[in-house]
Design a protein around this ligand. Structure first.
Ligand code: SAM
Length: 251
Protein backbone atom coordinates (compact mmCIF):
# COMPACT_ATOMS: atom_id res chain seq x y z
CA UNK A 1 0.00 0.00 0.00
CA UNK A 2 1.01 3.66 0.16
CA UNK A 3 3.71 4.78 2.55
CA UNK A 4 7.42 4.38 3.01
CA UNK A 5 9.40 1.14 2.82
CA UNK A 6 13.05 1.04 3.87
CA UNK A 7 14.81 -1.48 1.66
CA UNK A 8 18.17 -2.97 2.63
CA UNK A 9 20.58 -3.65 -0.23
CA UNK A 10 23.84 -5.66 -0.39
CA UNK A 11 27.04 -4.50 1.37
CA UNK A 12 29.25 -6.07 -1.27
CA UNK A 13 27.81 -9.34 -2.47
CA UNK A 14 25.05 -8.75 -5.04
CA UNK A 15 23.54 -12.12 -4.22
CA UNK A 16 22.35 -10.69 -0.90
CA UNK A 17 19.53 -8.62 -2.43
CA UNK A 18 16.33 -10.19 -1.09
CA UNK A 19 13.57 -11.24 -3.51
CA UNK A 20 11.10 -9.11 -1.55
CA UNK A 21 13.47 -6.10 -1.85
CA UNK A 22 13.22 -6.39 -5.63
CA UNK A 23 9.44 -6.75 -5.52
CA UNK A 24 9.08 -3.62 -3.37
CA UNK A 25 11.45 -1.61 -5.57
CA UNK A 26 9.56 -2.72 -8.67
CA UNK A 27 6.20 -1.71 -7.19
CA UNK A 28 7.38 1.68 -5.89
CA UNK A 29 6.20 4.94 -7.46
CA UNK A 30 9.54 6.47 -6.54
CA UNK A 31 12.78 5.02 -5.17
CA UNK A 32 14.72 7.43 -2.99
CA UNK A 33 18.45 6.83 -3.08
CA UNK A 34 21.69 8.45 -1.92
CA UNK A 35 23.34 8.40 -5.30
CA UNK A 36 21.54 7.60 -8.55
CA UNK A 37 24.90 6.54 -10.05
CA UNK A 38 24.96 3.65 -7.57
CA UNK A 39 21.28 2.71 -7.49
CA UNK A 40 20.39 3.08 -11.20
CA UNK A 41 22.84 0.37 -12.36
CA UNK A 42 21.78 -1.90 -9.49
CA UNK A 43 18.14 -1.63 -10.56
CA UNK A 44 19.01 -1.95 -14.26
CA UNK A 45 20.84 -5.19 -13.55
CA UNK A 46 17.59 -6.61 -12.22
CA UNK A 47 15.47 -5.18 -15.02
CA UNK A 48 13.69 -2.74 -12.67
CA UNK A 49 12.71 0.54 -14.27
CA UNK A 50 11.38 3.02 -11.72
CA UNK A 51 11.88 6.73 -11.16
CA UNK A 52 14.68 7.69 -8.79
CA UNK A 53 14.99 10.74 -6.56
CA UNK A 54 18.10 11.64 -4.58
CA UNK A 55 17.89 11.81 -0.79
CA UNK A 56 21.09 12.68 0.99
CA UNK A 57 22.46 14.60 3.95
CA UNK A 58 22.29 17.90 2.04
CA UNK A 59 18.69 17.76 0.76
CA UNK A 60 16.88 15.56 3.28
CA UNK A 61 15.45 18.47 5.31
CA UNK A 62 14.31 20.39 2.23
CA UNK A 63 12.89 17.34 0.44
CA UNK A 64 11.05 15.77 3.39
CA UNK A 65 7.79 17.82 3.31
CA UNK A 66 7.28 17.13 -0.42
CA UNK A 67 7.99 13.44 0.04
CA UNK A 68 5.57 13.21 2.95
CA UNK A 69 2.92 14.96 0.81
CA UNK A 70 3.43 12.39 -1.95
CA UNK A 71 2.85 9.54 0.49
CA UNK A 72 -0.15 11.28 2.04
CA UNK A 73 -1.48 11.47 -1.53
CA UNK A 74 -1.25 7.70 -1.89
CA UNK A 75 2.20 7.10 -3.39
CA UNK A 76 4.48 4.22 -2.44
CA UNK A 77 8.01 5.36 -1.73
CA UNK A 78 10.98 3.09 -1.18
CA UNK A 79 14.25 4.22 0.37
CA UNK A 80 17.62 2.60 -0.30
CA UNK A 81 21.20 3.50 0.62
CA UNK A 82 24.29 2.94 -1.49
CA UNK A 83 24.81 -0.15 0.63
CA UNK A 84 23.21 -1.96 3.53
CA UNK A 85 20.37 -0.80 5.74
CA UNK A 86 19.02 2.74 5.29
CA UNK A 87 19.40 5.12 8.27
CA UNK A 88 22.34 3.17 9.69
CA UNK A 89 25.12 5.77 9.20
CA UNK A 90 23.07 6.75 6.14
CA UNK A 91 20.22 9.16 5.30
CA UNK A 92 16.57 8.58 6.12
CA UNK A 93 16.02 9.22 9.82
CA UNK A 94 14.48 12.66 9.33
CA UNK A 95 12.14 11.34 6.63
CA UNK A 96 11.06 8.39 8.80
CA UNK A 97 10.39 10.69 11.74
CA UNK A 98 8.31 13.05 9.57
CA UNK A 99 6.34 10.16 8.04
CA UNK A 100 5.56 8.73 11.48
CA UNK A 101 4.43 12.16 12.68
CA UNK A 102 1.97 12.33 9.76
CA UNK A 103 0.56 8.87 10.47
CA UNK A 104 2.05 7.40 7.30
CA UNK A 105 2.79 3.68 7.27
CA UNK A 106 6.50 2.94 7.52
CA UNK A 107 7.76 -0.57 6.85
CA UNK A 108 11.03 -2.25 5.88
CA UNK A 109 12.57 -5.08 3.94
CA UNK A 110 15.37 -6.05 6.34
CA UNK A 111 18.69 -7.27 5.08
CA UNK A 112 22.44 -6.65 5.04
CA UNK A 113 24.00 -4.43 7.69
CA UNK A 114 27.76 -4.30 8.21
CA UNK A 115 27.61 -3.66 11.97
CA UNK A 116 25.40 -6.62 12.82
CA UNK A 117 27.32 -8.97 10.52
CA UNK A 118 30.64 -7.85 12.06
CA UNK A 119 29.25 -8.24 15.58
CA UNK A 120 28.08 -11.80 14.94
CA UNK A 121 31.50 -12.77 13.52
CA UNK A 122 33.63 -10.91 16.06
CA UNK A 123 33.56 -13.44 18.89
CA UNK A 124 32.72 -10.53 21.21
CA UNK A 125 29.56 -10.49 23.38
CA UNK A 126 26.63 -9.72 21.04
CA UNK A 127 24.73 -7.82 23.68
CA UNK A 128 24.50 -5.36 25.08
CA UNK A 129 26.18 -3.56 22.22
CA UNK A 130 26.50 0.08 21.30
CA UNK A 131 26.63 0.99 17.63
CA UNK A 132 28.35 4.34 17.24
CA UNK A 133 29.03 4.52 13.50
CA UNK A 134 31.81 6.85 12.37
CA UNK A 135 33.98 8.74 14.84
CA UNK A 136 34.58 12.41 14.01
CA UNK A 137 37.35 12.79 11.40
CA UNK A 138 39.39 15.35 13.31
CA UNK A 139 41.91 14.20 15.93
CA UNK A 140 40.75 16.37 18.83
CA UNK A 141 37.08 15.51 18.36
CA UNK A 142 37.91 11.80 18.04
CA UNK A 143 39.97 11.83 21.23
CA UNK A 144 37.11 13.61 23.03
CA UNK A 145 34.63 11.01 21.80
CA UNK A 146 36.82 8.13 23.01
CA UNK A 147 37.24 9.84 26.37
CA UNK A 148 33.45 10.06 26.57
CA UNK A 149 33.18 6.28 26.07
CA UNK A 150 35.74 5.71 28.81
CA UNK A 151 33.78 7.99 31.13
CA UNK A 152 30.58 6.05 30.39
CA UNK A 153 32.43 2.81 31.17
CA UNK A 154 33.65 4.20 34.45
CA UNK A 155 30.02 5.03 35.19
CA UNK A 156 29.03 1.41 34.53
CA UNK A 157 28.57 0.96 30.77
CA UNK A 158 29.64 -2.58 29.85
CA UNK A 159 28.90 -3.15 26.18
CA UNK A 160 30.59 -4.20 22.95
CA UNK A 161 31.29 -0.97 21.03
CA UNK A 162 30.89 -0.89 17.23
CA UNK A 163 32.45 1.72 14.95
CA UNK A 164 32.68 2.27 11.21
CA UNK A 165 36.17 3.35 10.20
CA UNK A 166 38.06 4.46 7.12
CA UNK A 167 41.09 2.31 6.23
CA UNK A 168 43.61 5.16 6.31
CA UNK A 169 42.64 6.02 9.89
CA UNK A 170 42.42 2.51 11.31
CA UNK A 171 45.98 2.35 12.70
CA UNK A 172 45.73 5.69 14.50
CA UNK A 173 42.28 4.90 15.84
CA UNK A 174 43.40 1.55 17.26
CA UNK A 175 46.42 3.20 18.90
CA UNK A 176 44.19 5.90 20.40
CA UNK A 177 41.70 3.30 21.65
CA UNK A 178 44.47 1.19 23.21
CA UNK A 179 45.58 4.29 25.09
CA UNK A 180 42.16 5.52 26.22
CA UNK A 181 40.14 2.30 26.59
CA UNK A 182 43.02 0.02 27.59
CA UNK A 183 45.58 -2.08 25.65
CA UNK A 184 44.21 -5.43 26.87
CA UNK A 185 40.66 -4.89 25.66
CA UNK A 186 39.50 -7.65 23.29
CA UNK A 187 38.65 -6.24 19.87
CA UNK A 188 38.08 -7.17 16.24
CA UNK A 189 38.52 -5.63 12.81
CA UNK A 190 36.00 -6.90 10.22
CA UNK A 191 36.95 -6.05 6.67
CA UNK A 192 35.33 -6.39 3.26
CA UNK A 193 32.37 -8.34 4.60
CA UNK A 194 30.53 -10.52 2.06
CA UNK A 195 33.25 -9.73 -0.51
CA UNK A 196 36.11 -11.71 -1.96
CA UNK A 197 38.67 -10.57 0.63
CA UNK A 198 36.42 -10.84 3.67
CA UNK A 199 38.52 -11.01 6.84
CA UNK A 200 37.95 -10.80 10.59
CA UNK A 201 41.07 -10.16 12.67
CA UNK A 202 40.66 -10.63 16.41
CA UNK A 203 43.01 -9.61 19.21
CA UNK A 204 43.57 -7.10 21.97
CA UNK A 205 43.56 -3.42 21.06
CA UNK A 206 47.35 -3.40 21.56
CA UNK A 207 47.82 -6.39 19.23
CA UNK A 208 45.58 -4.96 16.53
CA UNK A 209 47.21 -1.52 16.86
CA UNK A 210 50.64 -3.15 16.42
CA UNK A 211 49.45 -5.08 13.37
CA UNK A 212 47.93 -2.08 11.60
CA UNK A 213 50.91 0.12 12.48
CA UNK A 214 52.83 -1.92 9.90
CA UNK A 215 50.04 -3.12 7.56
CA UNK A 216 47.96 -0.58 5.66
CA UNK A 217 44.34 -1.72 5.87
CA UNK A 218 42.29 -1.71 2.68
CA UNK A 219 38.61 -1.72 1.92
CA UNK A 220 35.58 -1.27 4.14
CA UNK A 221 35.98 -1.73 7.85
CA UNK A 222 33.99 -2.29 11.03
CA UNK A 223 35.94 -1.94 14.27
CA UNK A 224 34.60 -3.57 17.44
CA UNK A 225 35.79 -3.32 21.04
CA UNK A 226 34.66 -5.78 23.69
CA UNK A 227 33.34 -4.65 27.07
CA UNK A 228 35.82 -3.62 29.77
CA UNK A 229 36.98 -6.32 32.17
CA UNK A 230 37.07 -6.05 35.94
CA UNK A 231 39.94 -3.57 35.62
CA UNK A 232 37.67 -0.56 35.16
CA UNK A 233 37.69 1.41 38.41
CA UNK A 234 34.10 1.97 39.37
CA UNK A 235 32.75 5.32 40.36
CA UNK A 236 32.51 5.68 44.16
CA UNK A 237 28.75 6.19 44.04
CA UNK A 238 28.20 2.98 42.13
CA UNK A 239 30.26 0.99 44.70
CA UNK A 240 28.28 2.55 47.51
CA UNK A 241 25.01 1.66 45.78
CA UNK A 242 26.10 -1.94 45.34
CA UNK A 243 27.21 -2.25 48.93
CA UNK A 244 23.90 -0.84 50.13
CA UNK A 245 21.96 -3.21 47.85
CA UNK A 246 24.04 -6.18 49.08
CA UNK A 247 23.49 -5.25 52.74
CA UNK A 248 19.77 -4.88 52.06
CA UNK A 249 19.76 -8.40 50.66
CA UNK A 250 19.30 -7.19 47.14
CA UNK A 251 22.27 -9.18 45.83
N1 SAM B 1 24.09 1.46 5.81
C1 SAM B 1 25.29 0.64 5.81
C2 SAM B 1 25.05 -0.62 6.64
O1 SAM B 1 23.90 -0.98 6.87
O2 SAM B 1 26.01 -1.28 7.02
C3 SAM B 1 26.51 1.43 6.28
C4 SAM B 1 26.76 2.67 5.50
S1 SAM B 1 28.17 3.59 5.99
C5 SAM B 1 28.02 5.04 5.02
C6 SAM B 1 29.50 2.77 5.18
C7 SAM B 1 30.48 2.13 6.18
O3 SAM B 1 29.95 0.89 6.62
C8 SAM B 1 31.82 1.77 5.56
O4 SAM B 1 32.70 2.88 5.58
C9 SAM B 1 32.29 0.67 6.47
O5 SAM B 1 32.80 1.21 7.68
C10 SAM B 1 30.98 -0.04 6.77
N2 SAM B 1 30.77 -1.10 5.76
C11 SAM B 1 29.90 -1.09 4.72
N3 SAM B 1 30.02 -2.22 3.99
C12 SAM B 1 30.98 -2.97 4.60
C13 SAM B 1 31.57 -4.24 4.33
N4 SAM B 1 31.20 -4.95 3.26
N5 SAM B 1 32.54 -4.69 5.15
C14 SAM B 1 32.93 -3.97 6.23
N6 SAM B 1 32.42 -2.76 6.53
C15 SAM B 1 31.46 -2.27 5.73
Amino acid sequence: GPGLTLVATPIGNLGDLAPRALAVLRAADVVLCEDTRVTAPMLARHGVSVSLLPLHEHNEDAATPKLVARMAGGQRLALVSDAGTPLMSDPGYRLVRAAIAEGITVSAVPGPNASVMALTLSGLPPHPHLFHGFLPPRDAARAAELARFRAMERAGLSATLIFYEAPHRLGDTLAGMAEVLGPERPAAVARELTKRFEEVRRGTLAELAAHYATHQARGEIVLLVGPPGEDVPEAEASLDDRLRAALAGGE
